[in-house]
Design a protein around this ligand. Structure first.
Ligand code: FES
Length: 121
């Protein structure tokens, strides 16, 4: 690749990362298929889950009583069930699917690049 192309790609990547607040969360190898983790990213605590080759990120604190979804919950297809009182959330949208929680949690865009998982905050 010509030197100017490398410089352009680097500056575009740096600019994109700065503009979008794109932050590396963890290595893809740290998440096996069907697993999730609680990860601190850019001052937020997130649940990051892997389903096949897709990565999903939502706020870690359950909207019912703030139990950690990533540490105490269970992944079931594209949902996570809170381990404390059983509320379920959609991993894609963060939408609450069952009581006792009544409020959604925030979901975040993710990207996989170079074997790393990035979160767009
Ligand atoms: S803290 Fe999650 S359902 Fe109660």
């Amino acid at each position: 690749m010509p030197e100017y192309a490398v410089l352009l790609k680097t500056s575009l990547t740096v600019g994109y990362n700065t503009l979008m607040n794109r932050i590396k969360a963890l290595s893809l190898a740290e998440l096996s298929d069907g697993s999730m983790k609680t990860v601190r990213v850019g001052g937020k605590v997130l649940t990051i889950a892997r389903i096949g080759q897709e990565i999903y990120a939502i706020d870690d604190a359950c909207s019912h009583a703030e139990c950690s979804l990533g540490s105490e919950g269970f992944v079931d297809e594209l949902t996570v069930m809170c381990g404390c009182h059983g509320s379920r959330f959609d991993l894609v949208t963060g939408k609450v699917l069952s009581l006792p929680a009544t409020e959604d949690v925030k979901s975040y865009r993710t990207e996989i690049e170079g074997g790393d998982v990035w979160i767009i905050l």
